[in-house]
Design a protein around this ligand. Structure first.
Ligand code: GCO
Length: 451
């Protein structure tokens, strides 16, 4: 039984504690001040693409509420905030001239965090590619790799001296697979060969950016964020075990093997056959450029079955509002497994959280399930740390309710509630719990609580 009262004691004083968001999901101001169209602006207009037919035009109106949102972040007591830059806001077409008004917004964001004692963790690509680049092939085109490196260099030049970290890409698997094979996310393409090439270009642009940023003298730590699950077979049958091995190779090792070992899993390349990516000489070496940290987004485990798909809900297992199983042990399993397989740099849990239905009563927002989710996953992170995983931080997803991609505004992941009619923000019970937990962490650091 975990002693939640003393949970903070499992973490070192310099542990990074944060909350996370992304540009398209919260910013709004979609067509203001010279911002260009992104692939998500376009995709939201496709009939049937978004569950509630919504878009990111207003979202949480974060651009217009920057100062009060910065106060909100600081009020939680976090020491880090993870956000992303909207590439089309700073470079409308993804190349060529820079948009000073867009850059100015991120200047104010970064300075506002630092003034409040919060470290900025910037992500360059959280999916909102400029539509103008999509029009000439998007991530499937090798030219986009070079445009991304130029974009990374421009952001570093402008903001790098004030950033704790720069993440190249958020969840390349999602961009490649959901954006280009199943087509459920922008840009909505449905072609496996394209998806595989996109994955390679994302990894290549990551590696080339790291090299370029370091050559430019970048002081911020550099890394990538992957969405990873602990994959396990539904039963011990050889068919399920084989399926679990392949699922893990396609979704996790397709990214971690090249980043840490410089090659793609051979069994996946064999299965892909003529859909395998075009890899030019030298690409794998660039991809393997050492990182300062690995970001891991963890939400649930993945159970592989060679027969009927594993259905956690039907089996009576706890699930969240997305239907994802709640399985904190999977976070420990995943981190320990990565630690055994690779020589890892420091690892940050860059996203963890859940969509749940909130209970609004008299101006309070009760979200016992989310509070429990976050608490048990922080405990699972502590267990990984105790097993030697070089874990350096944890960030809750998300600071506030926001645009949940193809689910629109129907799913709420925030620890802060957003009333979409008034755009008012209210701390949920989970945010209040997190704030108390972080206060315990700080008090322990200052030696204010005894053993
Ligand atoms: C993600 C995402 C978030 C989602 C979250 C919940 O990186 O998948 O970064 O944008 O909102 O994962 O689905």
């Amino acid at each position: 039984m975990t002693d939640y009262k003393n949970l903070h004691r499992h973490f070192p004083a310099d542990f990074v504690w944060g909350v996370a968001t992304s540009s398209f999901q919260i910013e709004g101001a979609a067509f203001e001040d010279g911002k260009g169209e992104s692939i998500w602006d376009r995709f939201c207009r496709a009939p049937g693409a978004i569950a509630d037919m919504s878009n990111g035009d207003v979202a949480c109106d974060h651009v217009h509420r920057l100062e009060s949102d910065l106060d909100l972040i600081a009020s939680l007591g976090v020491n880090a905030y993870r956000f992303s830059v909207s590439w089309p806001r700073v470079q409308a077409r993804g190349f060529g001239s820079w948009n000073e008004k867009g850059l100015g917004f991120y200047d104010r964001l970064v300075d506002g965090l630092l003034t409040r004692g919060v470290q900025p963790y910037l992500t360059l690509n959280h999916w909102d590619l400029p539509q103008a680049l999509q029009d000439v092939g998007g991530w499937a085109a090798r030219d986009t790799v070079h445009h991304f490196v130029d974009y990374a260099r421009g952001i570093q030049k402008r903001l790098g001296d004030r950033l704790a970290a720069i993440t190249t890409h958020n969840e390349p698997w999602v961009i490649a697979e959901l954006g280009h094979e199943t087509g459920t996310f922008a840009p909505g393409l449905k072609n496996r060969k394209t998806a595989i090439q996109v994955a390679h270009h994302l990894l290549l642009s990551h590696g080339l950016s790291l090299e370029a940023l370091r050559a430019d003298g970048c002081q911020a730590k550099l890394g990538i964020v992957l969405n990873l699950s602990s994959t396990m077979p539904a039963t011990e049958s050889s068919a399920d075990v084989a399926k679990a091995h392949m699922d893990d190779a396609k979704t996790r090792r397709w990214y971690t093997d090249p980043l840490f070992s410089g090659n793609y899993p051979q069994e996946v390349l064999s299965e892909l056959g003529s859909d395998a990516p075009i890899i030019e000489a030298g690409d794998m070496g660039h991809i393997q450029t050492p990182m300062d940290y690995l970001g891991v987004n963890y939400y649930t485990r993945y159970v592989s079955s060679a027969g009927e798909p594993f259905d956690a809900k039907a089996l009576g297992l706890p699930v969240n509002d997305m239907g994802w199983e709640i399985y904190p042990q999977g976070l420990t399993d995943l981190l320990v497994r990565l630690h055994h397989e690779y020589e890892l740099p420091p690892v940050l849990i860059t996203e963890n959280g859940g969509a749940f239905k909130d209970l609004l009563v008299d101006g309070k927002v009760h979200d016992a399930e989310r509070t429990d989710y976050i608490r048990t996953h922080i405990a699972a992170a502590g267990a990984a740390l105790a097993q030697g995983v070089p874990l350096a931080g944890y960030m809750a997803w998300s600071l506030m309710d926001n645009f949940e991609w193809s689910s629109g505004y129907t799913k709420r992941f925030g620890i802060v509630h957003v009333d979409y009619a008034t755009l008012g923000r209210t701390l949920k019970d989970s945010a209040i719990w997190y704030r108390c937990f972080l206060a315990d962490c700080r008090a322990a650091q200052l030696g204010m609580v005894g053993d």
